[in-house]
Write a protein of this length. Structure first.
Length: 340
């Protein structure tokens, strides 16, 4: 049996749960619905149940409101006419309305972990980054692969594919360094208007010794009240805003990192395993933001659902070469066959 609470499983885990379970229990303060279904189908069934409950609640409240209006009208007539019968009828209508209101069950509202919002300042440049057979190496200088001649253009959402150890993170570092210090990385040309939004899988962009409030207010020159509001909206509650970032949960750190990316107002995102610490809702929100803002990005991820949803170009690192492929499916199949 799957047990799901407010802290939802990440999507790769959800895929695993779908394969190995046939019952799902959702833990809630008021009740805990259980479905004889694997996680994803159970989640849809739960959404349908909540929607049905919401419709019934709305209908009951509407009927109760109508009864109260009728009661008020009869009460006025009864007072003016001195009719005891209308007074009794008024009382009965009010009692019916009260019973409906007492029995009505409002739809469950999931406590939000915080909104994920991104920004895209845009650029007039068509080509953001040009790679002219750049070399990607290990820290000790061993060749991992060569890029060939490649361009990253505005609107590209490029996913890096490759097995562990082929150099995806090293390539991400190379691009980051080229943007941070233009003309210092051989054979990589960056358009001057490129503004980077970067997040690595260790969330190194947010210091564990800092506080969320200090990070937002000082790094991005945001007033304290505005910073507190932004943090609360991102899922960092008031009592955690002046504690060390190091004590935050992985999910809170990830959402804080997403807030930092938004405030940087970039036009190019460089993301290394961005969904690692996000729950399903957070991953879906990140997807929606990247797509809605038509953000240009280069990302590495093991999350197949995220890759399929986000990517419009796919670069495969294999046999010390970087090549462009039509889609990620052949790579996914080869990984599955090797694992099998």
């Amino acid at each position: 049996m799957t047990v799901a609470a407010d802290c939802q499983p990440t999507r790769p885990l959800a895929t695993f749960l779908d394969a190995v379970t046939n019952r799902t229990l959702f833990l809630r303060p008021e009740d805990s619905p259980v479905f004889a279904l694997p996680y994803s189908r159970a989640r849809q069934a739960l959404d349908d149940l909540d929607a049905s409950t919401a419709r019934r609640f709305e209908r009951d409240m509407k009927v109760a409101q109508q009864l109260r209006k009728q009661a008020a009208k009869l009460n006025n007539i009864g007072i003016n006419s001195g009719s005891d019968l209308l007074t009794v009828k008024t009382k009965q209508l009010r009692e019916r309305a009260e019973k409906l209101e007492d029995a009505a069950v409002s739809a469950h509202r999931e406590k939000s972990a915080g909104a994920i919002r991104l920004a895209n300042r845009g650029t007039h440049a068509k080509v953001l980054i040009t790679l002219d057979d750049a070399t990607v190496e290990t820290p000790d200088g061993m060749l991992l692969f060569k890029t060939g001649k490649r361009h990253i253009c505005q609107g590209d959402r490029i996913v890096l594919l490759g097995r562990n150890g082929v150099g995806k993170s090293r390539f991400v570092d190379l691009i980051r360094n080229a943007i941070a210090e233009p003309d210092t990385v051989p054979n990589v040309k960056v358009t001057p208007s490129t503004v980077l939004g970067y997040s690595d899988q260790a969330l190194a962009g947010i210091s564990g010794d800092d506080t969320p409030l200090a990070l937002v207010s000082h790094r991005y020159d945001v007033g304290e009240q505005r910073a507190r509001s932004l943090l609360a909206g991102a899922g960092v509650v008031i009592e955690m805003q002046e504690k060390k970032i190091g004590v935050l949960s992985g999910g809170q750190k990830a959402r804080l990192m997403m807030l930092a990316l938004r405030l940087a107002n970039p036009n190019f995102y460089l993301l290394d395993e961005p969904t690692n610490h996000l729950d399903i809702d957070g991953q879906e929100a990140l997807e929606a933001e990247l797509l809605e803002h038509q953000a240009s990005c280069l990302l590495a991820s093991h999350d197949r659902s995220f890759i399929r949803a986000i990517g419009n170009r796919f670069w495969l690192i294999d046999k010390r070469k970087l090549t462009e492929v039509e889609d990620p499916e052949d790579f996914f199949r080869s990984v599955a066959e090797t694992a099998g």
